[in-house]
Design a protein around this ligand. Structure first.
Ligand SMILES: N[C@@H](CCC(=O)N[C@@H](CS)C(=O)NCC(=O)O)C(=O)O
Length: 202
């Protein structure tokens, strides 16, 4: 089993962090996104949309989408749960995970792609869209600041995949100057706690 990974990219970090939390060791194969190693015919055979990460099982079966990869490992290694223990926890974590993915992670990703032109060999950057996406990410941080006034972790009392997605978003946000502000003390308290977990180094 191996995972096609890019050490510097935020989405594969989500999977690395998830696996580090569970203490699961997997072989990682580095893919250079800027050189387009992810969009070769060979890699598109593994994931038609040409994105990383991809989990390749020993029989050649490939699973892409970070959430799907995490779900696969959660099913095989339920302890400790990062997707919730019961119906309510699972629904609340899925809710936050999805909102963070759309409201923060994607916005920062779009800001990066459209304002830096990093992938201009394969997409058309639209500068204004990049700017608006960055502003949207900033608005979402305000929402998280309010949420974290009432909750230790994003989805509740337990650390979950939603915290991983938010942390990877915020860390990557530095690349496009999307940052927590000094007065976001709840967010800062949460960030310090989550980023001091050993898995955050993954
Ligand atoms: N929804 C996908 C997103 C995957 C994704 O966008 N990966 C980026 C790296 S963070 C990528 O491979 N980009 C390469 C490209 O767009 O050519 C997931 O969660 O796995």
């Amino acid at each position: 089993m191996k995972i096609y990974d890019t050490q510097t990219a935020p989405t594969p970090r989500r999977v690395r962090m998830f696996l580090a939390e569970k203490g699961i060791d997997v072989e990682y194969v580095q893919v250079d996104l800027q050189k387009g190693e992810n969009i070769t015919p060979e890699m598109r055979a593994k994931n038609p949309i040409g994105k990383i990460p991809i989990l390749e099982l020993d029989d050649g079966t490939c699973i892409s989408e970070s959430d799907a990869i995490c779900l696969y490992f959660e099913e095989l290694h339920p302890e400790k749960p990062l997707l919730g223990r019961n119906a309510l926890e699972k629904a609340q974590i899925a809710m936050w995970q999805r909102q963070i993915e759309f409201g923060l992670f994607m916005q920062i990703g779009m800001c990066f792609q459209h304002s830096t032109g990093y992938f201009k060999d394969r997409m058309t950057p639209v500068k204004e869209f990049g700017e608006v996406s960055g502003q949207n990410a900033g608005k979402f941080l305000k929402l998280l600041e309010r949420r974290l006034a009432d909750s230790r972790f994003i989805a509740g009392d337990e650390f979950s995949i939603a915290d991983i997605t938010a942390l990877c978003s915020i860390d990557f946000g530095r690349a496009v100057n999307v940052r927590m502000s000094e007065d976001q003390t709840n967010l800062k308290r949460w960030y310090d706690e989550v980023s001091s977990r050993p898995s955050a180094k993954a």
